[in-house]
Design a protein around this ligand. Structure first.
Ligand SMILES: [Zn+2]
Length: 253
């Protein structure tokens, strides 16, 4: 692993769980995850084990320590089944960072500032060296709605954007009296939202009816871009945020 390695890496620990990228020579997406395990050393050990069939390019501990496990030139096994903007082999298209956090099933603590500084520095280095556009810096939950919810609503996408990584617009304020439209509802606003979500890149078929799959995509959008209430219901704040995000996408892509 002597190439495609970030200078910010403190530790190299090879994983056997990778292969050449399929149909691509380099990544054009960055996918952020949380580990969902109790400690980063356990994650690194698991990814180093051939039995796990899992890996990522980088693992960031909660003290900010960065371990590289797979060369950026290769296809790590971090994303699984998913899609974005017509791409269905997310692993071949992306670089993956696993951020230590035990996740929603184990208390879901805050991402601390030291760890976030490391996430920011590494992300900035990766998107700069690989010319990854801001709109292709994504959550695992963006590319695998319903199946994945990481890194979740506590992840500081706003702060990351402020340092030059990813796409962000300030979310429209939450209206506590607006419960939004839920699964099974049919409405012109749902047709509009699903059309915008599909245009932005989410794997969704535009429709005026909010089916279960569409509600999962709405939740994924909220987890990333309107984190105050990630409930999968289409309220005005969500639609307004989505309109603003898509309107500004062309300028940054
Ligand atoms: Zn993940």
């Amino acid at each position: 692993m002597d190439r495609a390695c970030s200078p910010l890496v403190q530790t190299l620990q090879s994983s056997p769980n990778f292969e050449p990228r399929r149909g691509k020579t380099r990544a054009d997406m960055l996918i952020l995850h949380y580990t969902g395990m109790m400690s980063a050393p356990r994650v690194v050990a698991w990814f180093a084990n051939p039995a796990s069939r899992l890996s990522s390019h980088y693992v960031i501990d909660d003290d900010g320590r960065i371990t590289q496990m797979v060369s950026e030139a290769d296809r790590a096994w971090h994303a699984g089944v998913g899609s974005w903007a017509g791409e269905t082999d997310i692993n071949s298209a992306s670089i993956g960072i696993e951020i230590q956090n035990p996740g929603h099933d184990l208390g879901y603590p805050e991402f601390n500032p030291t760890q976030m500084a490391a996430v920011t520095a590494l992300s900035l280095d990766i998107v700069t060296r690989n010319a990854i556009p801001p709109t292709r810096v994504l959550a695992h939950s963006d590319v695998s709605p319903g199946r994945k919810i990481d890194p979740g609503e506590k992840f500081d996408w706003r702060g990351l954007h402020a340092k030059g990584v990813g796409h962000w617009v300030e979310p429209a304020p939450l209206d506590e009296t607006d419960d939004g439209l839920g699964t099974g509802a049919t409405d012109a606003r749902i047709a509009r939202a699903t059309e915008l979500l599909a245009r932005y890149g989410y794997g969704i078929t535009p429709s005026p009816t909010l089916d279960v799959a569409a509600a999962r995509v709405v939740r994924s959008f909220q987890l990333h871009f309107r984190p105050a209430r990630p409930d999968g219901r289409l309220d005005h704040s969500t639609l307004e945020t989505l309109e603003a995000l898509v309107a500004s996408a062309d300028a940054v892509a």
